[in-house]
Design a protein around this ligand. Structure first.
Ligand SMILES: *Cc1c(COP(=O)(O)O)cnc(C)c1O
Length: 392
């Protein structure tokens, strides 16, 4: 008989009951070191005392009113993000895919409002992931996501990642926008070189196309800046954020410049839950904790430490690993062994990691993980690799 929960996931055996910082504790009391962060979501770890308090305080006051009324917590979070980013305005959602949906609708509406109604096409790149709704699987376009779900949403042009000439050739007067992950996440941790992001910005400026960054995985401090595009010294017109911003409370946002948002007037878009008082209370606390020079500087310092240790790991297990890639605390181990086997061997050592595309194991620990925990995690990866390597 089909399980009561639709069997769309192949789940590992563990069942966790509590969490503390970078640790998850199962029903038998066994502690697992969490290098996956719930797929880059628990950026401040589990049961962070400040966030627990903020959630509890808000829970005792008010959960939900709908967007029929003003929501001070939503406005406060928006002001914080506006202060911290390129954005002038933003729409709140419950998930990343919804933030991307808003970005796609906004880009099309922009050109509609300008009277250039032929500009409906959106360029996306191979290896990307933008969510599981019909629009976002159509956007990413890979067969793995789309097979069997057609007809897909028309209007997406798929180009190879990082191919500037292909991009230039495709930038005709039908292009409304270009969507890019500054660091590809699900696809296997692939940073777009700064020069490519700059080149993309220049092409958008030349043609008027809107630049949309999907920072759902690489944003919120993960690369050592609040948002990954900042490293390239350019800003997008629209940006999707989710995952880390709620630290586990469902929250996302679509940020935009005033110009890009020109078509999104009253009645054009909405969400029942998006931006509710509970989620936004937590979101504002998360932004406050992450967006300080000290915190972000420490992410970069720890990233250097982790990367150095991982290079050593790869060198001692050349039959299991091929190399390290990524940036900040968004690192990938390109594997020679099957990445699923590496993740499973990690479970045996009570270490949690996440599979990614291109046979990569993703390491997405909490941004406030300690140096000792990073060292411990690499030691566990080493033990896991010993169970797989032919030299073991
Ligand atoms: C996770 C992710 C999404 C989808 O977010 P959901 O909250 O699962 O809808 C979109 N884009 C990127 C880059 C992601 O990592």
């Amino acid at each position: 008989m089909i399980p009561a929960v639709l069997p769309t996931y192949s789940r590992a055996k563990m069942t966790f009951e509590t969490g503390e910082g970078s640790w998850l504790i199962d029903r038998d009391g066994t502690r697992y070191l969490d290098f996956g962060g719930g797929i880059a979501v628990t950026a401040l770890g589990h049961a962070h005392p400040t966030l627990v308090k903020v959630l509890q305080d808000q829970a005792a006051k008010l959960w939900h009113t709908s967007n029929l009324y003003h929501i001070p917590n939503q406005e406060a979070l928006a002001e914080k993000l506006r202060e911290a980013t390129f954005a002038d305005t933003m729409f709140f959602t419950n998930s990343g895919a919804e933030a991307m949906e808003c970005a796609i609708k906004m880009a099309r509406k922009y050109w509609y409002e300008k009277g250039e109604t032929q500009r409906t096409n959106i360029i996306t790149f191979s290896g990307s992931f933008h969510g599981r709704t019909l629009a976002t699987i159509s956007a990413a376009g890979s067969e793995k996501l789309t097979k069997g779900f057609g007809p897909l949403l028309p209007g997406f042009i798929h180009l190879p990642f990082g191919d500037h000439e292909a991009l230039r050739a495709a930038m005709d007067d039908t292009i409304a926008a270009v969507i890019v992950e500054p660091v590809i996440g699900e696809g296997g941790i692939i940073p777009l070189p700064d020069a490519c992001l700059k080149g993309l910005r220049d092409l958008c400026d030349e043609t008027g196309a809107l630049m949309i960054c999907d920072e759902i995985q690489c944003g919120m401090g993960r690369t050592g800046k609040l948002f990954a595009h900042e490293w390239a010294g350019v800003t997008p017109d629209i940006m999707a954020v989710a995952k880390g911003i709620g630290n586990g409370i469902p929250l996302g946002a679509c940020l935009a410049t005033e110009d890009a948002a020109r078509g999104m007037t009253a009645g054009t878009h909405g969400s029942t839950y998006g931006g509710n008082p509970l989620a936004c209370a937590v979101g504002a606390a998360v932004v406050e904790l992450i967006n300080t020079p000290e915190f972000l500087g420490d992410v970069s310092r720890k990233a250097g430490l982790l990367r150095q240790k991982l290079e050593g790991l790869v060198a001692s297990h050349p039959d299991v690993f091929e190399g390290v890639r990524g940036t900040g605390l968004m690192l990938g181990l390109k594997c020679k062994a099957a990445n699923a086997d590496v993740v499973a061997a990690g479970h045996g050592e009570h270490l949690l990691t996440v599979m990614g595309g291109d046979n990569v194991v993703r390491l997405l620990p909490a941004l406030n993980i300690s140096d000792d925990e990073l060292t411990e995690g690499v030691a566990r990866l080493d033990a896991a690799a010993k169970t797989l390597g032919s030299a073991a």
